[in-house]
Design a protein around this ligand. Structure first.
Ligand SMILES: *Cc1c(COP(=O)(O)O)cnc(C)c1O
Length: 395
């Protein structure tokens, strides 16, 4: 395989809820959830049954034909959100590409083709295609890949004055993540989101939310923006949308989608029958009464437990951030080293910007499993807290 990932030398053969069992039989508590993908844990019986049933009937037909399961999923997503229409694709970057194209097309369809630029925020991550990399603006990812796709203006997160200044005659819209996941589990204040909504309305811009990571229940509501009280015009989903089956979506109001007529966009695989079955099965579980209450209760429980660890090991970790079960543990020691120590305790986590370790348990995690995980965090922290000489001897 192309060595673009620095892979850890562990492989898994089975999963059960929040547990992963490696090929050599070790049991790991999986607080990566495939980077916010396996929101219902591994081998969830409802998802397994739905995919098995669909797999025996029909996997894929072209988007030249109607796909009733996809229509049903789109209708349910619209019913549960601000959106009127949905475009299905296969990944987060593709969902964001669709959002970017739609934002530009909206302006063109309204007689303003010169408005094609999009304002984005420092620390953002929107994907690895050429346009989404340009939107994210991270030098380390753009390096060596030729001219950067034109049309993105980046400003500091939460800086309203800089945002206002960046708006010009060529601006089409604003793209923001409700929480920056890759960027270090950080978010602007809700008042900033309200100000962005107002700016967009005043200037005829579209507001695009990248909810690829925050959407589908991760922060304790189906979509994170529900918690800010601000509604976008266009939104990208992916990661947890198919519960582990590759799937992305671009949701929009009919006004924002006005230019997206037959032939303007497409995808061969997007929203095929297997993906749609996975998406519907995921929604069945998430929309059942009490699901988000559970996520919020587990969030509070885990944050309280982690705060106690921060109190006990201030030289190792300095704070807990995030919402729902998108939780960041700000490290004092190098976050990568802490991640390795956690893995030694058989707890899997994900790194993030700003020296943060991300904890992304499946949303079906229980109190007992959180207690187990926090005990592992404590043991890992204790290793760093030992005097250097003892630590050296133990290695
Ligand atoms: C993961 C992620 C993406 C990219 O998704 P892929 O499926 O890897 O293309 C885009 N935006 C955000 C906020 C993400 O977290």
């Amino acid at each position: 395989m192309l060595p673009v990932f620095a892979r850890v030398d562990v492989a898994f053969e089975r999963g059960e809820g929040p547990w992963l069992i490696s090929t050599n039989g070790d049991r790991y508590l999986d607080f990566t959830s495939g980077v916010a993908v396996n929101a219902l844990g591994h081998a969830h019986p409802h998802l397994v049954a739905a995919l098995q049933e669909q797999a025996a009937k029909l996997w894929h037909v072209s988007n030249l034909f109607r796909i009733p399961e996809g229509e049903r999923l789109a209708a349910r997503l619209c019913e549960a959100s601000f959106a009127d229409v949905v475009f299905f694709c296969n990944s987060g970057a593709e969902a964001m590409e669709a959002c970017i194209k739609m934002a530009r097309k909206y302006q063109a369809a309204n007689g303003k083709p010169e408005r094609y630029r999009l304002i984005t925020f420092e620390g953002a991550f929107h994907g690895r295609t050429l346009a989404t990399l340009a939107a994210g603006g991270q030098q380390k990812y753009l390096e060596g890949f030729g001219p950067v796709v034109e049309g993105f203006d980046q400003v500091p997160l939460g800086d309203l004055e800089a945002t206002k200044k960046a708006i010009g005659p060529h601006t089409a819209g604003i793209i923001i993540e409700p929480w920056q996941g890759e960027g270090g589990v950080r978010a602007a204040d809700p008042s900033f989101f309200r100000a962005l909504r107002q700016l967009c309305d005043e200037h005829g811009l579209v507001l695009v939310f990248d909810e690829v990571q925050t959407g589908m229940g991760r922060v304790g509501s189906l979509f994170a923006h529900e918690r800010t009280g601000v509604t976008p015009d266009i939104m990208a989903l992916a990661k947890a949308l198919g519960g582990g089956f590759p799937m992305g979506a671009c949701l929009a109001t009919s006004a924002a989608a006005v230019g997206m007529t037959p032939g303007t966009h497409g995808s061969t695989f997007g929203g095929n029958l297997l993906a749609s079955a996975a998406g519907n099965a995921t929604l069945d579980v998430m929309l059942a009464p009490g699901f988000f209450d559970h996520v919020q209760r587990m969030s509070l429980f885990m944050k309280q437990k982690l705060a106690a660890i921060v109190d006990r090991y201030p030289d190792v970790v300095s704070g807990v951030r995030g919402d729902g079960l998108l939780i960041g543990l700000k490290a004092v020691v190098p976050a990568a080293d802490l991640g390795v120590a956690l893995r030694d305790e058989k707890l899997l986590t994900v790194g993030a910007g700003e020296n943060v370790v991300r904890l992304l348990p499946p949303l079906i995690v229980t109190e007992a499993e959180i207690e187990d995980a926090v005990a592992r965090v404590e043991r890992a922290c204790a290793k760093f807290a030992q005097p250097a000489a003892v630590r050296g001897a133990a290695q």
